[in-house]
Write a protein that binds this ligand. Structure first.
Ligand code: NAD
Ligand code: TYD
Length: 343
């Protein structure tokens, strides 16, 4: 098995590269990443493994994608490369359309064209719970049968890419499954997302900007549980426990309000509660996500293993103990974003 991971220098991608190398199941793990603001080679700098190769390039470059698959004799793909931050998609949707939709089209067309030449490729397309839209307080969690109903531009581009994958699977027989996961947290997450942003601000005595009333709910899963699920999905596709075109959900059954999360971070970092600042709500803010993952349990024998209490403690410690990493992501683009978004 020779694996291509797209977006491997990002948060989930870097954990997935480690998980893949650690599994011992792959002869080669190739990481294709164009290093946007959130792609950070520091995430993988300690990897010293002859089976690993990094290629600096974009999934939008069809020549490069085809050459990489051909020359590296890629048999499996985990496709993570994407623009991933909802607030940025509200600011400007064009990069999301380019990477998330058109980038996915390039990967799918490359697979289709190379399969005509005799290559056989299995693919996991990494999507999100956000494509299902927002739940009411009493609603049951999303299942794989929940209709797709994206409510923000990021979610819309992810849903569009899911539809493309499903259509290529149906039309051209591409061996691909779509995974949808709830909110990830853990080390190496770019500090524009809730957990690392609040952790670093709390440690540094900066304001903790809570959107709206802070009562929005997310289901939080540790990134390593998600990465393991992605590999299990790839193996499930190979051994026939998953059928091409199928969707599979991952979650942790761990629903928390944003206010609860921020309060825990304050407690664990001994920060001052007075740092909390209620700011204008995110436009079109989804109220609640919750993921049903019975199918992953039944078909892949997968379940989340890291309890929130341990995961969040370790995560906070990681951000405190890795100041060099924090510095490495605080580039001009990050500072510009903070200034533009939070003022
Ligand atoms: P991230 O922003 O940390 O990483 C994205 C990576 O993709 C970066 O390394 C970036 O450089 C790369 N990239 C972007 N556009 C590219 C392009 N055109 N060509 C090559 N590389 C490109 O994001 P993340 O949180 O690690 O998310 C990874 C994937 O998982 C995304 O598809 C996202 O939609 C999905 N997902 C994320 C979460 C979450 O909670 N973070 C939950 C469910 C699903
Ligand atoms: P985020 O980490 O951006 O993930 P997502 O939008 O994909 O769920 O945000 C998680 C929740 O935290 C979401 O309800 C928005 C909220 N939030 C804030 O209240 N303040 C912030 O500064 C950020 C970044 C997020």
């Amino acid at each position: 098995m020779r694996l291509l991971i797209t977006g491997g220098c990002g948060f989930i991608g870097s954990h997935t590269v480690r998980e893949a190398l650690g599994s011992g199941k792959f002869q080669k793990v190739v990481n294709l990443d164009c290093l946007t603001y959130s792609g950070n080679p520091e995430n993988l700098k300690d990897i010293d493994d002859g089976k690993y190769r990094f290629i600096h390039g974009s999934i939008n470059d069809s020549k490069l994608v085809q050459e990489t698959i051909r020359e590296e004799e890629i048999s499996h793909i985990i496709h993570l490369a994407a623009e991933s931050h909802v607030d940025r998609s509200i600011d400007s949707v064009e990069p999301f359309i380019r990477s998330n939709i058109d980038g996915t089209r390039v990967i799918l067309e490359s697979i289709r064209d190379l399969e005509k030449l005799g290559h056989e490729i299995s693919m996991v397309h990494v999507s999100t719970d956000e494509v299902y839209g927002s739940l009411g307080p009493e609603d049951l969690p999303f299942t794989e049968e929940t209709p797709v109903c994206p409510m923000n531009p990021y979610a819309a581009t992810k849903a569009a890419s899911d539809m493309l994958v499903q259509s290529f699977s149906n039309t051209y027989g591409i061996k691909a499954v779509i995974t949808r996961c709830s909110n990830n947290y853990g080390p190496n997450q770019f500090p524009e997302k809730l957990v690392p942003l609040m952790t670093l601000n709390a440690v540094e005595g900066k304001k903790l900007p809570i959107y709206g009333d802070g009562m929005q709910i997310r289901d939080w899963i540790h990134v390593s549980d998600h990465s393991r699920g992605l590999l299990e999905s790839l193996f499930g596709l190979s051994d026939g426990s998953l059928t091409p075109g199928e969707v599979i959900n991952f979650g942790a059954n761990d629903e928390r309000t944003n206010l609860e999360i921020v309060s825990e971070i304050i407690e664990m970092t001994d920060a001052d509660k007075g740092l909390i600042e209620y700011v204008s709500d995110r436009p079109g803010h989804d109220r609640r996500y919750a993921m049903g993952f019975e199918k992953a349990k039944l078909t892949l024998d997968w379940e989340p293993l890291i309890p929130w209490e341990k995961g969040i403690r370790d995560t906070i410690d990681w951000y405190i103990n890795n100041p060099e990493w924090v510095e490495s992501v605080r580039t001009g683009d990050y500072l510009n974003w903070l200034e533009r978004h939070y003022g």
